[in-house]
Design a protein around this ligand. Structure first.
Ligand SMILES: Nc1ncnc2c1ncn2[C@@H]1O[C@H](COP(=O)(O)OP(=O)(O)O)[C@@H](O)[C@H]1O
Ligand SMILES: [Mg+2]
Length: 258
């Protein structure tokens, strides 16, 4: 395993029970290495296992077979302190910001959760800086999540993740529940943030056009299997797997903009 490896997956399976007592593999024998510093996209149709894959990487669920290594260490062997360290290094942003933000808390409280270790004026300043970075007005701070728009809520989720100063970011369809113009705003924000996320990221999406706005390396998933992995250019213009070719040509935003 190379030392620049963030995640390494070895024959990883995730089975769910299905009708008739049979097992169904949402992730089906994945071997893969993700390296530091790269913006990856995981693309595939709905139901291909992308969210399950993201949950496996974020340690929310364990594989039913196989091993995932984070920085060379088996996640299965984690002690509590390993999990704590991981949670500081890897942040996850989900599809539905409403579900990921506690409705009882106001935005200030939600963001303060990410500033543990900073107090008083230092904490206040950190929150002001992050609000500016994600283009949210200060007057959102006393509001509860339900009082914000979908796009604003996703900005709060991004701000909270960034406050933890993560080294690697996992984003699972972060714009799929937003209207088209808000989606474009959030994609612009993520593109602007990309140079500051030096450790890299994994952008999970069913939309190959969105993936091409942010990612350098594409991983194509179908029925829980990785069918192809390659540089953006290779995937968009000279994909090898017929499934990838089909996915690319079906994209409404063809030809892609670089
Ligand atoms: N908790 C679960 N229990 C049973 N089946 C699940 C569960 N989560 C996902 N699945 C199934 O696994 C497959 C992959 O789902 P998912 O990982 O959400 O794919 P994607 O994110 O690509 O749409 C789907 O067929 C889905 O119905
Ligand atoms: Mg999904």
């Amino acid at each position: 395993m190379s030392s620049d490896s963030v995640f390494q997956l070895k024959q990883v399976f995730k089975a769910y029970p299905s009708k008739g007592g049979k097992k169904f593999h949402a992730v089906d024998g994945v071997d893969l290495e993700l390296k530091w510093g790269v913006a990856y996209a995981l693309v595939g149709e709905s139901g291909s296992g992308k969210t399950t894959f993201g949950r496996l990487l974020s340690g929310m669920i364990p594989p039913t077979e196989g091993e995932i290594f984070f920085e060379g260490k088996k996640m299965r062997d984690w002690m509590r302190r390993d999990r704590r360290k991981f949670c500081k290094k890897v942040q996850v942003i989900f599809q539905n910001p409403y579900l990921s933000l506690d409705p009882k808390w106001n935005i200030r409280e939600i963001l303060e959760e990410g500033t543990l270790g900073a107090w008083g004026r230092g904490r206040k300043r950190k929150i002001e800086v992050i609000l500016e970075r994600v283009c949210l007005p200060k007057d959102c701070l006393p509001k509860k999540p339900h009082a914000l728009s979908g796009g604003e809520r996703q900005r709060v989720a991004i701000a909270r993740a960034l406050l933890m100063e993560p080294e690697f970011l996992i984003l699972d369809e972060p714009t799929s529940q937003l209207d088209v113009s808000t989606q474009a705003d959030i994609m612009n924000l993520l593109r602007d943030l990309r140079p500051t996320l030096t450790g890299g990221l994994l952008f999970i999406t069913h939309d190959i056009a969105l993936a091409s706005q942010l990612a350098e390396v594409f991983i194509v998933m179908r029925h829980g299997k990785i069918v192809e992995k390659g540089l953006k250019k290779e995937i968009l213009f000279s994909a090898q797997a017929p499934y990838t070719q089909q996915l690319v040509s079906a994209s409404p935003a063809w030809p892609p903009v670089f």
